[in-house]
Design a protein around this ligand. Structure first.
Ligand SMILES: Cc1cc2nc3c(=O)[nH]c(=O)nc-3n(C[C@H](O)[C@H](O)[C@H](O)COP(=O)(O)OP(=O)(O)OC[C@H]3O[C@@H](n4cnc5c(N)ncnc54)[C@H](O)[C@@H]3O)c2cc1C
Length: 87
């Protein structure tokens, strides 16, 4: 999805839907990977020495800025599913 968005952007075409979907999927995949790493390491996943703690904290950035998953889903609901704006 990220490559699709980048290709559209490079061609100068509309890419808002693909860029938002790519950002959403990448952020959720990164979060899931960090969460799995934390669960795999158990208590040590929470310890600063193992660095997963830092990754877990940092992975919240793409889930917060510049837009949250909720706002991306709002955007996709409106632009892809043709639903009325919900806010
Ligand atoms: C590390 C970092 C760097 C940043 N750098 C920049 C920068 O360089 N330039 C810049 O301009 N900004 C920057 N920001 C700000 C960033 O863009 C905002 O934090 C982001 O857009 C979220 O807005 P907010 O913090 O006002 O949260 P809010 O919009 O108040 O969101 C709080 C929660 O409410 C939810 N929410 C809000 N509205 C709705 C809705 N209508 N429907 C459903 N849920 C909703 C959100 O999903 C979220 O879970 C940065 C933020 C961080 C954390």
């Amino acid at each position: 999805m990220v490559m699709k968005a980048a290709t559209l952007f490079d061609k100068g075409e509309e890419c808002g839907i693909e860029a938002n979907a790519g950002k959403y999927l990448a952020a959720e995949a990164a979060f899931e990977a960090c969460h799995t790493a934390m669960l795999t390491l158990g208590g040590m996943g929470y310890a600063q020495e193992y660095h997963v703690e830092r990754l877990m904290r940092e992975v919240m950035i793409p889930r917060t800025a510049p837009v949250s998953p909720h706002m991306i889903l709002n955007y996709l609901a409106e632009k892809v599913m043709d639903l009325p704006k919900s806010y």
